[in-house]
Design a protein around this ligand. Structure first.
Ligand code: IPE
Ligand code: IPE
Ligand code: MG
Length: 239
């Protein structure tokens, strides 16, 4: 299935008020367990949901989609599970390169990818070169932590010799500098926490929590999120 397919006529559309949606894709393990299957099976299903949801997000007009795929803390998991997740990333990258003419979005990897295997790093570099002129971006967070991202940003600013910094300087030193802050952060899987995701960028994000496990999330659920977003009033501290 192409990552982005166009022209789903019945979907609600988003406008400049809702440009960027972010997902904490949680619940793959529980989804598999409910089916008596190993956790890796849930990650495979989750990877398919990722493609479906990204495709729908493109159809409805989002300019940026950011997904949390692997955190700096997820290395604590058993090696077979980590290997399975990296294997899914590898397959996704192969698919991207194979079918690249079907995609009209930019792919960005956010997080410290320097620790990944040389093969994965090369595939990531190739994927990031696709569609430089695209006006939609998918940010995939791999070995990402919000705190690590801030430390890196401050270190980079310090290395430039900066002795004072502004909020804009910090935003500009983050992985997300191209797509900016998310308008909404969604977490599936029922837990009510951020788990070290986009700490700086979340300042005024609308938060949306659903008990649905990530592999069960559907385009219709995204439509519900869109309707919910437009029913909210963003005050940014004003009246
Ligand atoms: C989210 O699903 C995916 C990753 C963290 C890689 P989980 O694997 O955390 O699934 P649960 O939360 O254990 O069900
Ligand atoms: C958050 O899920 C990270 C990702 C979805 C990649 P976790 O399952 O790792 O979060 P915790 O452990 O419940 O906080
Ligand atoms: Mg989890």
């Amino acid at each position: 299935m192409p990552l982005f397919t166009k022209n789903r006529a019945d979907a609600p559309k988003v406008d400049e008020r809702f440009r960027h949606i972010a997902f904490i894709m949680d619940g793959n393990g529980r989804w598999a367990k409910k089916r008596g299957m190993p956790r890796e099976y849930g990650h495979k299903a989750g990877a398919e949901t990722f493609r479906r949801i990204c495709s729908h997000c493109h159809d409805v007009g989002f300019k940026a989609v950011t997904v949390y795929a692997f955190s700096t803390e997820n290395w604590k998991r058993p090696k077979p599970e980590v290997d399975a997740i990296m294997g899914l990333l590898d397959s996704f990258l192969d698919e991207l390169m194979r079918d690249y003419e079907k995609y009209d979005n930019r792919i960005r990897f956010i997080g410290d990818t320097s620790v990944l295997t040389p093969e994965l790093k090369e595939k990531i570099a190739n994927a990031e070169m696709l569609n430089p002129q695209a006006d939609t971006t998918i940010n995939i967070a791999i070995n990402y932590g919000g705190r690590a991202e801030l430390v890196r940003a401050f270190q980079n600013l310090a290395a430039e010799g900066r002795t004072s910094v502004t909020e804009e300087d910090i935003s500009g030193a983050l992985y997300t500098r191209e797509s900016g802050d998310p308008d909404m952060i969604v977490r599936t899987g029922g837990d009510l926490r951020i788990s070290n995701f986009l700490l700086w960028q979340a300042a005024y994000a609308e938060l949306y929590f659903t008990d649905k496990l990530w592999p069960d999330l559907t385009p219709a659920d995204v439509d519900d999120m869109i309707r919910d977003f437009y029913s909210r009033k963003r005050r940014y501290g004003g009246l």
